[in-house]
Design a protein around this ligand. Structure first.
Ligand SMILES: *Cc1c(COP(=O)(O)O)cnc(C)c1O
Length: 347
């Protein structure tokens, strides 16, 4: 197609995990929550649905006030997006020019590469150390480096980099670093306080995983106000719709629902990790709502296919310079037991 920019023609395009639109599957492939969201979310959306004749609040004020309270941050430090993927796009467009460099760890979230490619920028992948810490080179001041992405907890590994290491990284880096906290509600700590300590540190969050609202499309960024003011110029004017603002505001205001949900997921995660280990898998202890597992002898790809034939979807992944494995989202106890008994018959 001769009319489009060269980098777009060359682009393979990001392929999200399978979202079957028909048939009944147990979905353990895209880290959605297995439980329905807080009932308050549905009520709030119904109320908002009566007022769709008006444009939404362009800066999601109600959400920022509620999130500010829940997370102990000033609302001026928050910008909202149509999912946190929108936040990642806004950051790339704001900080990275054609020919500039984006750094990310390997293995990690594949969308970061696609964002660099669309922008006409280069990306550099730095392998984790064997203990899932980051090597010195992750903080190197390379020419053209304009943005660093670090999912924490990481996907697909579920591993974390410590707060001390992140602060140290930010001090050395010549550019901003995004800590992508899509899974942080399932982890032991988060990095919001670090945003206050170093203006290069930014934290993104999503309502898609821990709040059970992947279909709503709502995410946000916490950063110092001087950064937020610039990003507001780049985002689409009405990037969050009235229904999602209402639903997300109700969700973040119901922290009790969140705590109960997270407790259930963590207990199933523990059970999953024990059973996968018993079945001979190597797992990485997870701080997220999924478990990465590899097997010394069994063919993980055929396990993935066998599960799919039996209407259970997990994510099979194979990374360059790394290994192949399965990323299995934490479902309900019942879903996980069904999945593990099928796996048991294949190993
Ligand atoms: C799921 C995920 C996101 C995207 O979340 P949305 O808010 O649904 O766009 C961002 N980063 C990572 C690492 C994720 O796994």
């Amino acid at each position: 197609m001769k009319f489009v920019r060269d980098n777009i023609s060359r682009l393979a395009g990001y392929v999200p995990g399978e979202q079957p639109q028909a048939g009944k599957f147990i979905k353990l492939n895209t880290n959605e929550n297995p439980y329905p969201p807080s009932a308050k979310v549905v009520e709030a959306i119904q109320v908002a649905a009566e007022k769709l004749v008006r444009y939404p609040d362009p800066v999601s004020t109600a959400f920022r006030l509620a999130a500010g309270e829940a997370l102990n941050v000033d609302p001026e430090w928050i910008i909202c997006g149509n999912g946190s993927d929108d936040i990642l796009t806004i950051l790339t467009r704001s900080f990275v020019d054609q020919g500039d460099l984006i750094r990310l760890p390997n293995p990690s979230y594949i969308l970061y590469r696609t964002l660099a490619e669309i922008q006409g920028a280069n990306y550099q992948e730095v392998n984790f150390n064997d203990d899932w810490s980051l090597p010195e080179s992750f903080s190197a001041a390379d020419v053209g480096l304009k943005l660093v992405f670090l999912p924490n907890p990481n996907s697909p590994t579920g591993s974390v980099v410590s707060q001390e290491a992140i602060l140290d990284l930010a001090e050395r880096l010549p550019c901003p670093i995004l800590i992508d906290e899509a899974y942080v509600d399932f982890a032991d700590f988060n990095c919001i306080e670090l945003v206050k300590q170093n203006s290069k540190i930014m934290v993104s969050r999503t309502l898609s995983k821990s709040y059970g609202l992947a279909g709503l499309r709502f995410g946000f960024l916490v950063a110092q106000p001087t950064i937020i003011q610039q990003l507001l110029k780049v985002k689409d004017s009405y990037n969050c719709d009235a229904l999602s603002i209402a639903g997300a505001t109700a969700a973040i205001s119901d922290q009790q629902w969140l705590q109960e949900n997270v407790a259930k997921i963590k207990s199933t995660r523990q059970l999953m990790q024990e059973k996968l280990t018993q079945l001979g898998f190597d797992i990485i202890p997870s701080q997220a709502n999924f478990v990465w597992c590899t097997h010394p002898t069994a063919q993980v790809k055929s396990i993935y296919e066998y599960l799919k034939e039996n209407r259970i979807l997990v994510r099979y992944m194979s990374y360059p310079n790394w290994e192949e494995g399965l990323r299995i989202s934490v479902g309900t106890d019942e879903q996980i037991n069904a999945c593990l008994s099928l796996i048991q018959s294949k190993v």
